[in-house]
Ligand binder design. Structure first.
Ligand code: IMP
Ligand code: MG
Length: 181
């Protein structure tokens, strides 16, 4: 496989991603068999590919909505503050909601989102995250469905970006440290 020069190595290849997404879909489908009003809320932009794959593998009826947040000004330096750019279009009150996020890093983003959504009084709230970097956590966040734990490196591909680049790579790869400022 030819890798872009900024990529150091592939951490999780297409096949491993597909296998894990299928496993998550089976678990989620089993857990929600009795619910008929599940809403998956994907966090843009990073979760769009994960959500698209997950939603097609679920065997329970569900709706899809999106929210757009920004926690980074540019590159990889965290500002602490989370900003909402676009809210969901549907009202989540009284519905079974599952947040679908690409990656859990410091935890600020998911912590913010969980507090925001809980205030809207959903019937239930769970979180599904593809990747987690446990070493980076600054605030505690509960995750119900997790794809992979990864080391503390900047990853791109499968929806994840660096300064809006590398998002459409089909695998999850570590960027060369000298590329990340
Ligand atoms: P947190 O608020 O620090 O947990 O950061 C979560 C957000 O930061 C994610 O939704 C991503 O958008 C972004 N992020 C954190 N680490 C990475 C990474 O390694 N690659 C790409 N985006 C990341
Ligand atoms: Mg994100």
């Amino acid at each position: 496989m030819r890798l872009p020069s900024s990529i150091e190595r592939v951490l999780i290849d297409e096949e491993q991603i597909a296998e894990r997404v299928q496993e998550l879909a089976v678990r989620i489908s089993a857990d929600y068999t009795d619910e008929d009003d599940l809403v998956l809320v994907g966090v843009l932009k990073g979760a769009f590919i994960f959500l698209a794959d997950l939603t097609r593998r679920l065997r329970v009826i569900h709706h899809v909505d999106f929210i757009a947040l920004s926690s980074y000004n540019r590159g990889s330096s965290h500002t602490g503050a989370v900003r909402m750019i676009m809210d969901t279009r549907t009202n989540i009150t009284g519905r079974h909601v599952m947040i679908v996020e690409d990656i859990l890093d410091t935890g600020y983003t998911l912590n913010y989102l969980q507090r925001l959504f809980l205030a809207r009084q959903p019937a239930s709230l769970r979180t599904c995250v593809l990747l987690s970097k446990p070493d980076r956590r600054l605030v505690e966040v509960s995750v119900d469905y997790l794809g992979f734990e990864i080391p503390n490196v900047w990853v791109v591909g499968y929806g994840l970006d660096y300064a809006d680049r590398f998002r459409t790579l089909p695998y999850i790869a570590a960027l060369r440290p000298e590329v990340v400022r």
